[in-house]
Every structure is written in C-alpha cells, then in structure tokens.
Design a protein around this ligand. Structure first.
Ligand code: SF4
Ligand code: FES
Length: 362
C-alpha cells in the first residue's frame, strides 16, 4: 500500500513569457517557448488532477501568468473544485477589469513582486522602465478589490540596505504579508551571484531589522523571513523536502519536484501529457529519487535533523559539489562546507559586475 500523503500545493507555471528580466529569476536558463506551452484543456486537466490528488492550493505562476488569456478559466476551474487559488505575478499586465474578472472567477490571493522601494533601482533590477510605478498602482487596485495581498521582494546585495523601507512600503500598500526572499542561487541567479551575494554585515543588519519589525507590526503585517542560505549554519528544508509537499508543472507539462530539478542530469521528468499527476506523484522515478531519508549519505543519515531539513537542497548540492546526493554544503556538518566559506569570502565583497538579465535564448 502506498502511504505517501498528497502534496500541499501544485505550482502551475503557465508560461515562461514575462515582460520583466530579473537577474535572479528562478526559471531555468533554457526557457520554454510559447509553442511548447500546454493548451487550456491540458491546464484544466492539471487543475482537475491537482484537486483529485488532494492538494489544498494551486499557485498560478510563470514567467508572468497573466500573459495567458485563459487564466480566468483556470482560476474558475480551480475555485469550483475547492482549491485555494493564488496568483504569483509581477502585476505589470493587470488592470482594474482584469482583477475584477479574476476575482469573479474565484481568485483568493495575489502575491505581487516588487524589486525595490523606488523607481530607479527597482526598474534597473526588473530590466523594464516604469515597472515600479505600475506595480504600486496595481497593489492599490488589488487591495481596493478586497483581495488578500502578499508583497514578495527578493533581496540581495544591491537592495538589502532598503529592507526597512520595504517593510514600511508593504504596510503602506495594505499588504497582509511580506515575503522577504533572499536570492536562491540557482537558475538565473547563479549567473549573477557575483552581483547579488550580500555581505555578512548586510545580513546581520537585515536580521536585526526583521526581529524589530516583527515585534512592532504584530497583527498588522506578517513577515515571512528565511535567513539566506550562504550565511546559515544548517540548510533549509528545500521545498519542504524533495517530493514531500510540492509539485511544479512547467509550461510544457513537465512535472518537477522543484524549480531547478532539471539541472540534475540523471533524472527523467514525466510529462502531464503522458502520465497523470497522481501517478507521477506516487510513482515517478524523479519524485522518488530523493524522497524520505533512504538516499541520504552520512552525516545526514544519522543526524537528528534528517526529517527536519531533509538534507537541504539537492540542486544546491549538485551545483556546489557536483553530486546531487551529497549533504547540502550549506550545513556546517557537511564535509564540503568550506566551499561556502571560500565562496562568500571571494564573491560577497566585490564591486558588483553588470547584471546578466533573464532573456529568452540566454
Ligand atoms: Fe541537515 Fe544533513 Fe546537516 Fe543534519 S547533517 S543538519 S540532516 S544537512
Ligand atoms: Fe531543487 Fe532545492 S531547488 S531541491
């Protein structure tokens, strides 16, 4: 009998198309083109199977999911099936009518990204003129419509000084939650690590700002903060453990345990066009490969945290050690941890090089 519990959520990456070009985008370097995208009926089937699987939530993401004209259809389908619906968006393509249409279709929550607290640095990071101004206007429209709003900001060396100002801005915009996301170094961010990696001093200041703000804003703003990997003593439970809580469906229907899973060379990813989501969750080799603790090497295998952080991030382990099955080198107990110390020393203090922006075709 299979005792695997269902995922909490499915991330439906409807498209890799996006008007922004953020240098830390978590999409793969080989972006999938519009011709490869699943059609409306196929995405409807993903929604149906998400509900059949017993997941609670579906996140509509991208790229920029609002480039898909069928987004309201998919939201309605999910809402009708009782799924909690969340839209992860840059906001650039939204307006009052589109927000009203999505809300009428059953959308419950919007996670809006901001790149910085003012136009000049924010537009430079986004790689798009006037993006910040548009986002602020959309944030107000979302709140005026009565939708729940989370502001998400990815932090790094070039905006971390304005963390306190971002907390104030989230309060001013009426957000219920602020997600302070330190850059994760895979996807496009790995190309830009020398431009993005913060210093230890910046991180210490940021940690103190968050502790103070959490106390001051209790009941006003929920702050979601995970300290950054490269300065942590133990790794995070990436994706809540491999194949444990989440599934990502790529624009072309590939089903992945995490954003960066395709960087792991010896894994085969099933496609929703050929196999059902339930079948993939329970039986696909890619989901089973690092699920649980059987795959773990020492020191994870006998560590008391093995079912807390699940050995950290497989993609990071691969990137830094060349072996996806090694202990995440973020962990101070990893035999490879010295790599992190050296990396922080050599990259965090440099004058940042220009961004390598996210673009179709690299
Ligand atoms: Fe986590 Fe493994 Fe480090 Fe233990 S040894 S804290 S399980 S990464
Ligand atoms: Fe793939 Fe962490 S990003 S396991």
């Amino acid at each position: 009998m299979n005792t695997q519990s269902p995922p909490l959520a499915v991330l439906a990456e409807l498209t890799h198309r996006c008007p922004l070009q953020c240098p830390y985008c978590s999409n793969p370097l080989a972006l999938e083109g519009v011709d490869d995208e699943l059609g409306t009926e196929e995405w409807c089937r993903v929604v149906d199977e998400t509900a059949a699987l017993g997941a609670y939530q579906i996140h509509f993401s991208g790229g920029e999911p609002t480039v898909r004209k069928d987004l309201p259809t998919l939201v309605r389908r999910a809402a009708d099936l009782g799924l909690y619906t969340n839209l992860i968006t840059s906001g650039i393509l939204l307006d009052e009518l589109k927000i009203a249409t999505l809300m009428e279709a059953g959308l419950e929550h919007v996670q809006l990204s901001l790149q910085d607290t003012s136009a000049k640095p924010a537009d430079r990071i986004a790689g798009m003129q006037a993006a910040h101004e548009k986002k602020l206007a959309v944030a107000s429209l979302i709140r005026d419509a009565g939708l729940s709003l989370t502001i998400n900001c990815v932090f790094h060396r070039q905006n971390l000084e304005r963390l306190g100002a971002m907390i104030d801005l989230a309060v001013d915009l009426g957000a219920e939650r602020l997600e302070i996301a330190h850059t994760q170094y895979y996807g496009w961010a790995i190309k830009n690590r020398r431009a993005l990696l913060p210093s230890r001093k910046q991180i210490e200041a940021a940690n103190a700002i968050v502790v103070e703000a959490e106390k001051r804003l209790k009941g006003i703003l929920l702050i979601d903060y995970v300290p950054p990997d490269y300065y942590a003593r133990r790794p995070k439970a990436c994706m809540g453990g491999w194949g444990n809580q989440f599934m990502n469906v790529s624009p072309s229907g590939k089903v992945l345990p995490c954003h960066a899973a395709e960087t792991i060379p010896d894994l085969h990813f099933d496609n929703i066009r050929e196999r059902s989501l339930v079948d993939i969750w329970l039986g696909s080799d890619a989901f089973r490969r690092f699920r649980g603790t059987d795959w773990m090497p020492e020191p994870c295998r006998s560590c008391e945290r093995r079912e807390i952080d699940w050995g950290g991030c497989r993609c990071q382990a691969l990137l830094l050690t060349g072996n996806a099955a090694s202990t995440d080198p973020i962990c101070e107990l990893s035999p490879d941890h010295d790599l992190i110390r050296r990396l922080v020393k050599s990259e965090a203090g440099e004058t940042p090089p220009p961004f390598h922006y996210r673009r179709m075709g690299g």
